[in-house]
Design a protein around this ligand. Structure first.
Ligand code: ANZ
Length: 840
């Protein structure tokens, strides 16, 4: 594109700051010349800056305004530091809202989706975000989701994608399954409906294979990710260490294994509990008498209506059914009655527990409710405390969960907890009936959804019962047209009813077959999108490994804390898989992470339903992008919530007008040595240059705005009361204002830069180095007294010695005039502040 467009600059008249005109002008130029494109062949150091990509939910809102402002500040910052910056944008455009909107209107989810994307694109352009627009991606484009299908098949080959039948979270409203991560306090994360359990065959990704790495590698992110997020991830993965213990069941050939974090308490086991909704319970009850079976069935019905949260809550009466069977304690041969009870979950550990009521509160509550024996095997009394009798859990109802010495435990007696656990594990291993084990709270990732608007799962079910991948040369499996399809949720995927689409052939035999009708969880789409930005148009590969080596991992990632678990965990998992496939060298996708606070109103979250919305587009139209950006950046620390009441777009506009006016008032020509200019102003300028990098890298954007205000004020003062616009230090200050302001208010900054006589773009101008000589407070003001009266002040070096200071004072013109020929009889010098002369 030609570079000859002449740059008209706004008139310098008072109050002539016209943000909308300035904005339109520079946005046009950016669009024409595309200055923020990242170039793969650029050899300068690189930075990859990314804000979590948006869902095309409609207009951009204040949350977007904040999020993409922050990432833009950081992207612009690194350009000013001479880096080749990648700051891409795309849309996370599959998902339920589009589908639900389409159902409401009887339309195609594509229409809603792409119309919203266009609207948001325009909003971002109007907001002056310096994206590389050449790399836009939409996850709902076949060009993108083709690579989801590729990824799925790679996971399938590696045994990391598989199908199983198990109780899953089912949202009765959305009529689809949910991953554990999408169930919040027993309710659907999206629609709030109460989630129920349903046994279904679904596709899973084996994220549990990576549980140890996902947990251990969090240590490498310490100090780079918010500690809260690290903790949430750790809790979610939830590693427990202990032992797997095998129990013989009377009348059953195979042993049953339980997981326990307290194998040391095995001698204290007095009963055995299985999850009512486990296969084991169903099996054990088949041989029970009819009345027990009926009782069990009724109980199971009741249990299946409960959420996991309810099942695990401690403050509700314990319920259960004795199954009439017995397990044998492997260390002492005791018969333990087997119960089915809802506090044991089917999908944690092995779905069965050895119950040790003396030392586990849930087991104790259960034992007391059903009159089961309670045996203490750990003496938790401290030396000087009451006897163990006083702590008897059977009486107090409080389990002894603390540490102590083993009792009633054969050869373990007298040992402390750690030794007793080790001793018991050794004993179990010797007998071949147990071993050290680790269990995770993390479950495999359920990725299939019974909805239309997602990536079709690229698998084929042959009529003879095999499940095979769609041959790679037939990818992508595109979504069919919606015409004639009923998208309404009905428990199975609407794609199953697209007869023509679903009918296919077995690639091996040509025999009849059907496509898998489910689509993928949209978290699959977002688990690797940051890599797709490296070559969004590639038809050959998901991403080129060579580009990944150059650009990734993402240096700066920003988004809401609501993604602290789901998205980040999945992206970390997929990155590790890609690492193991040899496609990326790194194992963590995001080197640093920031969670921005929310923009709130009157102390509350903004919401359409509450009617307390501040509309992004309205603010943008009223004040322009720069004022909105300055006001938001200034409103408070990045991580804090910002109340719109504290956001001053009016103040921001005044500040921007003042800044621009500086540029108009500069009369010193460019290129004049500013060293001769106003030293006080130069110090303010260079202190900002020196401090801005640290402030930005610590995301203290509000402080940068404050420091810019300080420099604008100091420059104004120098113009009005000092050497005026002709002072080269004033030009220097105005140029630095433009270069630093660009991060926050890029349109005004470009305008200043042009007014100052520079070619566009200030957004690409590398900041000058701070002159370190100007950074120390080098001079102090010394006073000179004659016979007790101050006659002169001197600007002197802070480290001046007494002799030099006295010499300067004696030579000073004002001092000589005051002395008027009189001789100095005595001099007292306190360097560097005071010189006191006497003449009498
Ligand atoms: C015996 C025992 C004795 C236990 C004791 C604890 C204390 P975390 O730390 O959460 O991993 N458990 C095992 N599988 C379970 C399941 N499917 N549903 C509910 N509870 C289950 O908890 C591990 C402990 O939770 C295990 O250790 C087991 O009870 C129970 F004084 O075994 B313990």
């Amino acid at each position: 594109m030609s570079q000859t467009t002449s740059i008209e600059t706004a008139a310098p008249d008072e109050g002539g700051y016209d943000p909308h005109a300035i904005q339109a002008k520079w946005q046009r130029l950016w669009e024409e010349r595309d200055p923020f494109r990242a170039h793969d062949d650029d050899t300068r150091p690189r930075k990859y800056v990314l804000a979590m990509f948006p869902y095309p939910s409609g207009d951009l809102h204040m949350g977007h305004a904040e999020n993409y402002l922050y990432s833009d500040i950081v992207a612009r910052y690194w350009r000013h530091r001479g880096h080749n910056v990648l700051n891409p944008i795309g849309w996370d455009s599959f998902g339920l809202p589009a589908e639900n909107a389409a159902i409401l209107r009887g339309a195609d989810p594509r229409e809603w989706t792409y119309a919203n994307i266009d609207q948001q694109k325009a909003g971002f352009r109007q907001y002056g975000v310096s994206f590389d627009w050449s790399r836009v991606l939409h996850t709902s484009d076949p060009e993108y989701y083709r690579w989801n299908q590729w990824l799925f098949q790679r996971l399938y080959e590696r045994g990391l994608a598989y199908r199983k039948s198990s109780p899953v979270n089912w949202c009765p409203n959305d009529q689809t399954v949910l991953a554990n991560e999408q169930v919040v306090d027993g309710h659907c994360e999206r629609c709030g409906a109460e989630v129920v359990k349903k046994k279904l065959t679904q596709w899973y990704f084996r994220i549990t294979d990576y549980a140890d790495r996902l947990l251990d590698d969090l240590d490498t992110l310490e100090g780079h990710w918010p500690s809260k997020v690290l903790q949430m991830q750790r809790n979610w993965i939830g590693r427990s260490t202990g032992a797997d213990i095998d129990f013989q069941i009377e009348g059953r050939a195979e042993k049953v294994t339980v997981f326990s974090t307290r194998p040391d308490t095995l001698y204290g086991a007095t009963f055995f509990v299985v999850a009512p909704d486990s296969d084991l319970a169903a099996e054990l009850v088949t041989e029970a008498p009819a009345d027990v079976r009926m009782q069990f069935e009724a109980y199971l019905d009741q249990v299946q209506k409960q959420t996991d949260i309810q099942r695990q809550s401690t403050d509700r009466p314990k319920t259960g059914v004795f199954l009439g069977r017995y397990a044998i304690n492997p260390v002492n041969g005791e018969r333990l009655p087997i119960w089915a009870a809802d506090y044991v979950l089917a999908d944690y550990g092995h779905g069965a527990v050895m119950a040790v009521p003396a030392h586990d509160q849930r087991d104790l509550d259960f034992a007391r409710a059903f009159g089961l024996p309670i045996r203490v095997v750990v003496d938790t009394t401290a030396d000087d405390e009451a006897s163990l009798d006083d702590l008897d859990p059977a009486v107090t109802g409080v389990a002894l969960a603390g540490e102590g010495r083993m009792v009633n435990s054969g050869s373990l007696d007298g040992l402390g907890k750690k030794d007793a656990i080790a001793g018991m594990i050794a004993e179990l291993e010797r007998r071949g009936t147990g071993r050290a084990a680790t269990t995770f709270r993390l479950r495999d990732w359920l990725i299939s959804r019974q909805r239309f608007w997602g990536t079709p799962i690229p698998m084929i079910h042959t009529d003879d019962g095999r499940i095979v991948p769609v041959p790679e040369d037939q990818l992508p499996v595109r979504l069919p047209e919606v015409t004639g399809l009923d998208l309404k949720p009905k428990g199975s995927s609407p794609l199953g009813a697209a007869t023509e689409w679903v009918t296919t052939v077995d690639p091996a035999t040509g025999g009849p077959a059907r496509r898998d009708p489910d689509t993928m969880d949209t978290f699959v789409d977002s688990s690797w999108y940051f890599l797709r930005f490296l070559s969004p148009g590639s038809a050959l590969e998901a991403f080129p490994p060579a580009q990944a080596a150059k650009w990734a991992p993402v240096d700066f990632y920003i988004g809401g804390v609501e993604h602290a678990i789901l998205h980040l965990l999945y992206a970390r998992f997929i990155t590790k898989v890609l690492h193991d496939m040899g496609l990326v060298e790194f194992e963590e996708p995001f080197s640093s992470l920031i969670n921005q606070g929310m923009v709130i109103l009157d102390g509350a979250k903004m919401s359409k339903s509450k009617g307390n919305l501040v509309l992004f587009q309205e603010e943008l139209d009223a004040h322009g992008a720069d004022a909105l950006r300055v006001a938001l950046a200034f409103a408070g620390p990045v991580e804090d919530d910002k109340d719109w009441n504290d956001v001053s777009t009016t103040g921001a506009t005044k500040f921007l007008a003042r800044a621009l006016r500086l540029a108009h008032d500069v009369t010193a020509p460019a290129g004049v040595d500013s060293a001769r200019g106003d030293a006080a102003l130069r110090r303010v300028t260079h202190r900002l240059l020196a401090d801005a990098p640290g402030l930005i890298e610590q995301t203290k954007f509000n402080v940068v705005v404050a420091r810019l205000m300080e420099l604008v004020n100091a420059t104004r003062k120098a113009i009005d009361t000092g050497a005026g616009g002709a002072d080269p230090a004033v030009r220097e200050a105005a140029e630095v204002v433009a270069q630093v302001l660009d991060m926050i208010a890029p349109h005004t900054a470009e305008e200043m830069w042009a007014v100052l006589g520079h070619e566009p773009f200030v957004g690409l101008a590398v900041w000058p180095d701070a002159d370190t000589a100007l950074l120390v407070e080098q001079t102090v003001t010394a006073i000179v007294q004659i016979d007790g009266k101050v006659r002169a002040t001197l600007e002197v070096p802070a480290d001046i010695d007494g002799d030099a200071l006295e010499a300067l004072a004696r030579a000073d013109e004002r001092v000589l005039r005051s002395l008027d020929g009189r001789a100095i009889t005595r001099a007292i010098v306190r360097a560097p502040k005071v010189v006191s002369f006497s003449t009498k």
